[in-house]
Design a protein. Structure first.
Length: 322
């Protein structure tokens, strides 16, 4: 690594790579766009390869840029952990964290983050609770949870919570096994315009149904929504009964789905996934956990795959498994 490269170069690059737009990235990073462009050019000069392809309309990661982004995120996460360790005075961090998650969307990510956290902080304990996004929001505000993998950011936005992007997932078409489109390898969304749709309840998972409606709008139609259900397995049962179709987060493939076929969309629809916490309740141990979930990026939204059964516990309140 060249001597002139600094952490801010990595943060700026990660911010642009996430937004794929210099104007939006500059706004989130709170820097002037010309200055941001100059920092990225300096970084590319030092690395010696082009990391981004850009023109007047778009910004794309090059193959080298994708590789560099993963390494940059790792370095940023390590730097954050170093700060936390220094603030702890070299003493092991102890205590217990209560973490919420949506099983259908985070059944792989949440245990993987717990494993990483336990490896770095063996003196700390983590309890996982399977809760809907709405239940997590209430528990975060009441101090019953320290952080929660809430999925979409819609619920956090209206509750005064801080949140950070920790991943992305694709929406896939869930079709009855006998459906004509099930014979395709990929499905053009517009071909489902005449079907009845089942969506995940906005009451329990704010943002989920809106994401489906927006995807259909961009495909040129308004979906005919037959029913909103609170649980993923309920929707899969209805689809299996040939009552309609659904667009569901790809991780829901992990649920048992006899009679249902999942197919990727011809034009992929991606959604960002977030972890949320209450900024009104400071916690160094929680901050360390969040850093294990993903590096702090100045472009992230913040106010100012083991078996899930191996980690889950009974929720402190009625839980809803998606």
């Amino acid at each position: 690594m060249m001597a002139d490269m600094e952490l801010r170069h990595l943060r700026y690059f990660a911010g642009v790579a996430e937004a794929l737009n210099f104007t939006r990235a500059a706004q989130k990073l709170r820097v002037a766009q010309p200055a941001l462009s100059r920092q990225i050019r300096q970084l590319e000069d030092e690395v010696g390869v082009r990391l981004l392809e850009r023109d007047r309309r778009s910004v794309r990661l090059t193959d080298a840029g994708r590789v560099f982004l993963e390494e940059a995120r790792s370095i940023l996460a390590q730097s954050s952990q170093a700060v936390l360790a220094a603030r702890a005075g070299g003493q092991p961090m102890r205590g217990a964290l209560n973490i919420g998650y949506i099983w259908g969307m985070f059944h792989s990510l949440a245990p993987a983050v717990v494993t990483r956290f336990r490896r770095e902080f063996p003196e700390a304990a983590v309890n996982l609770f399977d809760l809907t996004a709405t239940q997590q929001t209430a528990a975060l505000r009441e101090g019953k949870l320290d952080a929660g993998f809430i999925g979409y950011a819609g619920e956090a936005d209206g509750a005064g919570l801080a949140c950070r992007k920790v991943g992305r997932c694709a929406l896939v078409a869930a079709l009855p096994k006998a459906h004509a489109a099930a014979r395709r390898r990929v499905v053009p969304l517009r071909e489902l315009a005449q079907e009845f749709f089942f969506v995940i309840s906005e009451e329990n998972y704010p943002g989920a149904a809106r994401c489906v409606i927006e995807a259909c709008r961009q495909a040129g139609f308004r979906p005919k929504i037959l029913q909103a259900a609170a649980r993923g397995h309920t929707i899969l049962g209805l689809v299996a009964g040939n009552c309609g179709v659904a667009l569901l987060p790809d991780p829901l493939r992990a649920l048992p789905h006899p009679g249902v076929v999942f197919r990727p969309l011809a034009e992929p629809v991606m959604s960002d996934l977030f972890i949320a916490w209450s900024p009104a309740r400071p916690s160094a141990l929680r901050d360390a956990f969040i850093n294990c979930a993903g590096p702090r990026m100045e472009g992230s939204r913040s106010t100012s795959y083991p078996s899930p059964a191996a980690f889950s516990k009974s929720a402190p309140r009625a839980s809803s498994r998606q």
